[in-house]
Ligand binder design. Structure first.
Ligand code: 13P
Length: 337
């Protein structure tokens, strides 16, 4: 794929206020989600749940791409259409999570480094054959009183850059996801400082590895108070500080920034996105979403594992997708809820 094709794929993922549905939970993680509604973690139940999400009528009006897990991209609908083909036929780009998970980083107690570079060139070729046009790799940065270490941030930044370079070589748009976790009692100031350091290191490594900024997307956390912090910053403060930090760290040629929700409630994730787009209308990049939990939480509950609930669960997903797409255009109001 040429540089121009990478650019057009990346731009299409954030065009017209559409965003991305992250449905790439590993078998273990989706098992926790299914357990929360009393559903067993079997291959058939995972297929039924993902089928519900992907066949949801009209969702393509608000969703430009779906990130799948390795098992999911190989699954099909009950009528035998592969999920990749189903999505592509609706005008939704199939995407794939290609990291193999965050593992303990040697010599850095309490910290993680994301694995999955070995053999990645071959896997990307296979995923492209299965229809994937973009990919995701998530790095995890933990905040405590003494963390993160520079070692952890550097190791993760380097892995993200090597992943992104391999993706672009394969004609796949990399989503670069350095997630500074919101778990902990840290202040928004600390989140901002760690996120700034992380972005600086990530973009330095991306440049060193020859990654084209116009053929990638960034998937960051918002600048937000730690979940257990007593003084929770307001929606306006989160929006203003996140936009200011992004202006300071993200090159203007990156076509889009698609946030993760990271444990925020569904409505708060939407309100933050709205406040950013409303408060800063002329930004160099599109600001949209790549939410997992903040798109799926209510839909999963509405489904509860029963085929008779598929219709209402699909509508629940559509509602959240619509609210977030409006927020990505700065046009969401709470009356839409
Ligand atoms: P959340 O929106 O639930 O954080 O998930 C997004 C994601 O893909 C994390 O890697």
């Amino acid at each position: 794929m040429s540089a121009q094709e990478l650019q057009s794929t990346a731009a299409a993922l954030v065009a017209q206020g559409r965003g991305i549905l992250a449905a790439d939970e590993s078998t273990g993680t989706v098992g926790k989600r299914l357990a929360s509604i009393g559903v067993e973690n079997t291959e058939a139940n995972r297929q039924a749940y993902r089928q519900l999400l992907f066949t949801s009528p009209e969702v393509e009006s608000h969703i430009s791409g779906v990130i799948m897990y390795d098992e999911t991209i190989r699954q099909s609908t009950d009528s035998g259409v592969s999920f990749g083909e189903l999505l592509a036929a609706k005008g939704v780009m199939p995407g794939i999570k290609v990291d193999t998970g965050a593992k303990p980083l040697a010599g850095a107690p309490g910290e993680l480094v994301t694995e999955g570079l070995d053999g990645l060139r071959g896997r990307l070729e296979e995923y492209r054959g299965l229809g994937a046009r973009f990919a995701k790799w998530r790095a995890v940065i933990t905040i405590t009183e003494g963390l993160p270490s520079l070692r952890c941030m550097e190791a993760n930044a380097h892995a993200l850059a090597r992943y992104a370079a391999l993706c672009q070589e394969a004609g796949i748009v990399p989503i670069v996801e350095p997630e500074v976790l919101m778990s902990g009692a840290h202040t928004i100031d600390r989140c901002e400082a760690v996120t700034r350091d992380t972005h600086r290191l990530v973009f330095a490594q991306l440049a060193r590895c020859g990654v084209r900024f116009d053929g990638m997307l960034l998937k960051p956390n918002m600048v937000i108070s730690g979940q257990e912090c007593e003084a929770q910053a307001s929606v306006q403060e989160v929006a203003a500080r996140t936009v200011a930090l992004l202006r300071d760290t993200v090159p203007a040629s990156v076509p889009g920034i698609v946030f993760l929700s990271g444990g925020q409630s569904e409505t708060l994730a939407t309100e933050h996105l709205q406040a950013m787009n409303e408060g800063a209308p002329s930004l160099p990049w599109a600001l949209s979403f790549s939410y997992g939990r903040a798109l799926q939480h209510s839909a999963l509950r509405a489904w509860a594992g029963k085929s008779s609930n598929v219709g209402v669960a699909s509508k629940t997903l559509l509602h959240r997708a619509r609210c977030n797409a409006h927020a990505a255009r700065g046009e969401y109001t709470s009356s839409m809820e």
